[in-house]
Ligand binder design. Structure first.
Ligand SMILES: Cc1cc2nc3c(=O)[nH]c(=O)nc-3n(C[C@H](O)[C@H](O)[C@H](O)COP(=O)(O)OP(=O)(O)OC[C@H]3O[C@@H](n4cnc5c(N)ncnc54)[C@H](O)[C@@H]3O)c2cc1C
Ligand code: FES
Ligand code: FES
Length: 1335
């Protein structure tokens, strides 16, 4: 194949196969190439910026020094294809396959129930696989490090970590009974732990069938390609050039060539890891015509150790730097390694391992990131930069002038950074690093710091001092003047006070600084100083540095030092990150149940192995179809404006652009009157879709969106917050209200009245698979096939039908699987499908629409933020007599589901409490933000936080423990809810009692109190929350389901039903049902997809009832079939299933049946305030214990115990997965996830870099989950009396929030501050250390 003139041939290997690419575009990443050119779609894309790990692959290169291949995990989205010359790439397909052999890593993650939607799974597999290739028996610390850069939104990580732990040195232990001791080794039959009143023989804790794991043999792994070995060993490395349309990539083979190139093109960036350059180019749309890659220059990778320090080549990756530092630290005397230690500590937290494997030291230094973790340490450590140009070499300091970009102190044109010299520290010198980020792992710091002090020998007199901060300015900022003024001072508290004052005077953070949280960051400046002070004091205390006799001045202080310790030392330790331990318990199936009946057993997710091998096909993995086009959306940049004009002319002239789709192209209805698919005349929020570009490729379509000229005329008002909306009386629907008793009268007759406010911020769904759809128009009869990632194909079908003005029977919507939905892929996905369909009709060609992460977050909305006000009247005993709650939710610019959300919120607001006089009111606010929508829990997680906050406040006022006040006010016996629906709270009490007992709340509270008395800077808190969550839709038409079951003549069975596989395992459960009903083993059963052509008029898969109702429909169809087969079976009782089926066919008995379930009749009369809106309740309780760091606001989840009432679980592994996943998503909502908007309504936290969902480090160190044994009477409302657990666990995450509040209360008690405070979630002050006044 001819290739561009002057372009070289790129040679690398993928999964053991040689790839010879003659036409390499330097703008293409490895991820794009794998998916598009090689069709290896196992590697997924979820962010495109290195932050989520779904695109992780293994990169191997031959290392000449060790003469071994070096295997590293990298994020393929950041790897330029051009950089791969001589490398071997392994993708998930190369690790193992269902068709050949599944690798142990893949097998164990699947069998450990570590996959739900499976979108993150290939990335997890690759991170684990790369770890094992370099560390065949890793430690648990290495395991956590390897997975730190991989996000999962479904599982809650625990099962993934467990699967990884099976490869670790100490793998056999569940840890429940101490190190190397496992519940499985306990006497008895493997149940764990033995019950407190004797062994709980009916309970089981074995979710992972350990014995089934195939062993892992590292010697069986593929060898490194010998051809690449030879290429690496070649003495001559020719310069390589790859030319694309817009960009040329040159990789010189020698230093001379590099310098010559640099001299000729001083403006061309050097590309090493591409982790700074790549994301910047992407977000700014900037193109560099020439990129120079110095990766193959050996001089830039050299490490030299001299008597005065370490000199590290600029190309060394941050991961290599970690190894280099570890080696030096182990070999050198402690006093020489102060800077190295500080760097090593900081490096552990920089990005995820995949990014550290790519990112270079040189690139890091030169990027001058504001938030840099390393530059502050290098600066205080007096690092120097070796520069080189054709003119020679020179050395400059990495000091405040270099950091500030002062021209004379920086690189001159033609120069490159060759290496970084890190001097050894000296005796009497101490260097420390600090950071505080929104999450413990994979998060850039809010503030980072490096601090160094040197004392006059044998004293505590400051001889030299250096302080540098990241995250507070546009680059690393130093405080030279403050340091200068402190020289000669002694290391005392007075000096600390002075240092704080001086630093705050010198290092200023402007009020409008990017990143916000200004007050918090200012506080961190001094918190870090305080920790530095303590840490140095601790070092001085160590006798090797300061021993009596000293001068009288230092002698007196040395007496102080030994008394410092235990009280204050808590402030010194970093919050450790641990691999979680715990036990998951559930009820055993009845021993009489036939072994082939899978119901109630922990069957692995049907797609588990396919997720793990990358063979599970998601919407965008479908191969390109003939003539396919790509669509990209043009969205509003204004929050409220009139559209004056839309001019597509320039965009239409761009290469590859085929059409611009506007509202005028819609043949049918353009959405609803107030919720248009494509904006007409005006826009109501930033992110509203105005029109769409359809082009030959995704790159062309995306680039062209910027050339569609939209002219706006701004309109008033712009309403963004709930408070703004209340001020403007801007509401989406009438108030919803429920009342019980007489609240006003009851307030007259109480001991106390408290009033309070609660804020809950919004939440992004962050399903790992963003919204996507492929529309294929057919030639005949206006037919259309739609392949979509949606929770509601029928709604998409209807929306497309009305948009195109074609009957429903022409539109077929197919859903194979969805990479997470959580409520976000209902209404909005239908709109996207309809817009893509308009594009397909307009062009007559298939159209694919795939949102990237930023677009998805911008356009689709999320959980409704809430503002709640309560007034509560109660007695000294804690008994609440009257409660009045008013809630407002931020619905965004159109109604969508907001009215339903506020209804659900009000209906469920009472949670588990029986309060005789209640008034609940709720309103949905109309604002100029993208419409918020359905999200797991549908208002309950926000609303229940208000009532639980109120209970906590009551407990504080009464001086009672919150759990006592909760208990006192809980429903006791069969009763009626606020809307007068009868229910029995018996399972609630069982969950509550079991949780209190399992968690040993009184005992651990006593221990926490004792800890708190000893520890002024670390505080522990415990909280237990109960839950009553009513399940289902409050509308009768939603309580129905259908199924279609075919038996084929070979005896195999095809099941179709109306539910969609979102990761929750509904297909697995449905086959369990079919297997029981037909008495056919699971291996004979299959589900292909959900399709509107096979099961019509389906209901959205939501509200936790998918399995309940579809299970009944599948059961119905199977029973019909079995009834038809029964005469044949009776006639031939010894026959086989295949023989019966064959006979039925011969006898002309239909082997296909539909099933239908006419479910619950829900009703609610809002006028009367009564009804029976929900079929049943799920009950639960959770206890969490945390430890907070009073100086930085960091928290550590020590332990969580969850007890959940699952009815008769269809599949305990899947149900526990739902509980744990929802719990962690809830903990994210209440603790780390924060959406930020500009004053103009633009989303600022538009990707995983800014928006932090929980990572593996956020799982409680001990996580115990118990599914309460079912004691309930059988109910016909759900299949086999199981309960839907999809949503309820979300709220249990609030136990972490209340535990933090409990710990804060302990700290405030110490400081004599009022305890009746609330911790508003929206206020960044949530994490604010309150102990040091910075004012
Ligand atoms: C997902 C993610 C998370 C991150 N998290 C953190 C974090 O928590 N803490 C933190 O501190 N950082 C973090 N970073 C930033 C990361 O550390 C830097 O992006 C990285 O170190 C840059 O190195 P690179 O080799 O990729 O640089 P590149 O992107 O290859 O280059 C960056 C710049 O450096 C210049 N350059 C490179 N080498 C030389 C040289 N030898 N001479 C002259 N100029 C040169 C280039 O011209 C270019 O302008 C994160 C980055 C990502 C993508
Ligand atoms: S897609 Fe590459 S890290 Fe997210
Ligand atoms: S299973 Fe991890 S994101 Fe769905």
């Amino acid at each position: 194949m001819p290739h561009p003139p002057g372009s070289d041939v790129l040679v690398f290997f993928v999964n053991g196969r040689k790839v010879t690419e003659r036409d390499v575009d330097p703008e293409v990443t490895l991820l794009t190439y794998l998916r598009r050119n090689l069709g290896l779609t196992g590697t997924k894309s979820a962010c495109g910026g290195g932050s989520c790990g779904t695109c992780t692959v293994m990169l191997s290169r031959f290392d000449l020094a060790s003469r071994k291949p070096r295997h590293i995990a990298v994020t393929a989205c950041l790897v330029p294809l051009c950089s791969l010359h001589g490398a071997a790439v392994t993708t998930v397909e190369g690790v193992g396959s269902i068709r050949t052999r599944v690798h142990p890593v893949q097998e164990r993650i699947a069998k450990s129930h570590g996959t739900q939607c499976g979108f993150c799974t290939p990335g997890m597999v690759m991170s684990l696989y790369a770890l094992l290739r370099s560390h065949p028996q890793p430690s648990e610390e290495q395991l956590l490090e390897a997975l730190a850069g991989n996000l999962c939104r479904c599982t809650g990580y625990r099962p993934i970590l467990e699967s990884g732990r099976t490869f670790c040195l100490d793998s056999a232990s569940c840890g429940q009974h101490g190190a190397r001791q496992c519940c499985l080794d306990q006497p008895g039959d493997g149940t764990c732990p033995p019950g407190r009143n004797g062994p709980q023989a009916h309970m089981c804790s074995e979710l992972i069938p350990r014995t089934e794991f195939q062993p892992w043999d590292p010697t069986q792994e593929p060898i490194f390609p010998p051809e690449l070995m030879r290429m690496a060993e070649s003495p001559v490395q020719p310069s390589l050039t790859f030319r694309g349309d817009r960009v040329t990539w040159v990789s010189p083979g020698s230093l001379q060539e590099l310098l010559a190139l640099r001299a000729r093109h001083p403006e061309a960036p050097l590309v090493l890891g591409n982790t700074a350059l790549g994301p910047a180019q992407r977000s700014q749309g900037r193109v560099h015509p020439l990129l120079i890659s110095p990766a193959r220059i050996p001089e830039l990778s050299t490490v030299t150790e001299t008597s005065d320090g370490l000199t590290i080549g600029a190309s060394c990756s941050l991961a290599q730097l970690q190894d280099i530092l570890a080696k030096s630290i182990s070999q050198l005397p402690v006093e020489k390694t102060q800077t190295l230690r500080a760097l090593a500590k900081a490096l552990r937290s920089v990005a995820g391992l995949q990014v550290r494997n790519l990112a270079s030291l040189g690139g890091h230094v030169m990027s001058l990131h504001s938030y840099s973790d390393l530059n502050p340490i290098l600066a205080v450590g007096q690092a120097a930069l070796h520069l080189r140009s054709e003119g020679g070499a020179r050395l400059i300091s990495l000091d405040e002038h270099f950091l500030a970009g002062v021209v004379s102190a920086s690189l001159q044109p033609g120069e490159i950074l060759e290496s970084v010299h890190i001097p050894h520290s000296q005796k009497w010198e101490f260097v420390f690093s600090f950071r505080q980020a929104q999450a413990p792992q994979n998060a850039s710091p809010h503030v980072s710091a490096g601090m160094r002090v040197r004392f006059t020998e044998g004293t505590d007199t400051i001889e030299d001092l250096s302080i540098a901060y990241g995250g507070v300015g546009t680059t690393t900022v130093m405080a030279p003047q403050a340091c200068q003024r402190l020289l000669g001072r002694h290391w005392t508290e007075e000096t600390l006070d002075e240092a704080c004052r001086l630093v705050l005077g010198e290092v200023t953070i402007p009020g409008a600084a990017p990143g916000g949280r200004v007050e918090f960051r200012r506080t961190l400046l001094v918190s870090f100083l305080f920790r530095f002070y303590l840490q140095v004091l601790q070092e001085l205390k160590a006798h090797r540095f300061l021993k009596p006799p000293c001068t009288p001045r230092t002698l007196s202080d040395t007496w102080k030092y030994p008394q410092l310790p235990d009280q204050t030392l808590g402030a010194l330790e970093d919050v450790p990150i641990m691999v979680p331990r715990g036990v998951q318990m559930y009820e055993r199936v009845d021993p009489q149940q036939p072994p082939q009946d899978p119901v109630g057993r922990s069957i692995m997710h049907l797609s588990g192995l396919k997720h793990a091998t990358g063979e599970a096909v998601f919407c965008d993995d479908l191969p390109r179809v003939d003539k396919e086009l790509f669509m990209a959306l043009v969205t509003s940049t204004r929050p409220h404006a009139k559209i004056v004009s839309v001019d597509p002319a320039e965009a239409l002239r761009l290469p590859g652009v085929v059409a611009i789709v506007t509202a005028e192209d819609i043949p049918g209805t353009n959405g609803t009157e107030d919720d248009k698919l494509l904006a007409v005349d005006k826009v109501l929020c930033v992110g509203q879709v105005i029109c769409a570009v359809v082009a030959e490729t995704d790159v062309q379509a995306r680039q062209a969106t910027g050339s569609v000229r939209v002219t706006y005329e701004d309109l008033e008002p712009v309403v963004l917050s709930i408070q703004d909306a209340i001020g403007h009386s801007s509401f989406l629907c009438p108030e919803k209200k429920l009342e019980l008793g007489n609240t006003e009268e009851a307030f007259e007759d109480v001991d106390h009245i408290l009033e309070g406010e609660v804020h809950v911020g919004g939440q992004e769904h962050f399903y790992m698979e963003t919204q996507r759809v492929l529309v294929i128009p057919k030639v005949e009869d206006q037919e259309l096939d739609i392949y979509a990632s949606t929770q509601d194909p029928a709604h998409m079908q209807k929306t497309v039908s009305s948009t195109l003005n074609v009957p429903l029977n022409r539109v077929t919507c197919h859903v194979k699987r969805v990479g997470g939905g959580f409520g976000g892929k209902q209404g909005r996905s239908a709109m996207l499908g309809a817009i893509a369909a308009v594009g397909a009709i307009k062009t007559g060609r298939p159209v694919r629409l795939v949102l990237d992460r930023d677009e998805d977050m911008l356009i689709t909305g999320g959980r409704h933020p809430l503002f709640g006000k309560y007034k509560v009247g109660f007695m000294d005993s804690g008994r609440i007599k009257a409660l009045d709650i008013q809630c407002y939710i931020n619905g965004g610019c159109v109604l969508d589901y907001s009215e339903l959300v506020i209804e659900f919120l009000i209906l469920k607001l009472e949670n588990a409490y029986k309060i005789r006089n209640l008034r609940f009111r709720g309103r949905a606010c109309r604002t100029n933000l993208p419409s918020n929508t359905a999200f797991r829990g549908f208002g309950f997680p926000q609303g229940a936080l208000v009532i639980e906050s109120c209970i906590t406040a009551v407990a504080a006022k009464c001086g009672l423990l919150p759990e006592k006040v909760r208990e006192k006010n809980m429903y006791r016996t069969v009763d009626k809810t606020i809307y007068k629906q009868a229910f029995s709270p018996e399972p609630l009490h069982r969950c509550w009692a079991e949780c209190l007992e399992q968690a040993d709340v009184p005992g651990r509270r006593a221990l926490a109190d004792a800890f708190n008395r000893q520890s002024p800077w670390r505080k522990r808190g415990i909280a237990v929350v109960p839950m009553k969550f009513s399940v289902g839709f409050a509308a009768t038409s939603y309580h129905q389901a259908a199924a279609l079951v075919h038996i084929y003549t070979d005896g195999s069975v095809l099941v179709t039903h109306g539910g969609n596989e979102l990761g929750q395992g509904i297909h697995t459960k449905m086959l369990q049902v079919a297997s029981r009903e037909l008495r056919v083993p699971l291996c004979r059963l299959h589900i292909q997809e959900t399709s509107t052509a096979t099961v019509p008029n389906t209901v959205t898969t939501a509200a936790s009832v998918g399995a309940d109702v579809n299970g009944r429909a599948v059961q119905n169809a199977c029973q019909t079939l079995l009834k038809r087969l029964e005469p044949i079976m009776k006639k031939n009782p010894e026959g086989t299933w295949e023989a019966w089926v064959e006979a039925a066919f011969e006898q002309r008995i239909s082997l296909s049946a539909t099933g239908y379930f006419r479910g619950y009749k829900a009703f609610m009369d809002w006028e009367k305030g009564e009804g029976e809106p929900f079929p049943y309740c799920v009950f639960g309780a959770a206890c969490s214990e945390v430890e907070i760091d009073c100086l930085t606001g960091a928290h550590r989840k020590l332990r969580t115990d969850i007890v959940m009432d699952a009815g008769c679980s269809l599949n305990p592994a899947l149900d526990i997965g739902q509980v744990e996943g929802a719990f962690l998503q809830g903990a994210g909502l209440y603790t780390t996830e924060e959406l930020h908007y500009s004053p103009e309504g633009a989303l600022l936290s538009g990707g995983p870099e800014e928006y932090k969902i929980p990572t593996a480090a956020d799982v409680p160190e001990k996580l115990n989950v118990t599914l309460l044994p079912s004691a309930q009477a059988q109910t016909g409302l759900t299949i086999y009396s199981s309960k839907g657990l999809g949503e309820s666990g979300m709220f249990l995450g609030s136990s972490v929030f209340f535990a933090i509040q409990d710990a804060v209360a302990a700290a405030r008690r110490d400081r004599g501050l009022a305890e009746d405070f609330t911790v508003p979630r929206e206020d960044p002050g949530t994490c604010k250390p309150w102990s040091i006044s910075v004012a």
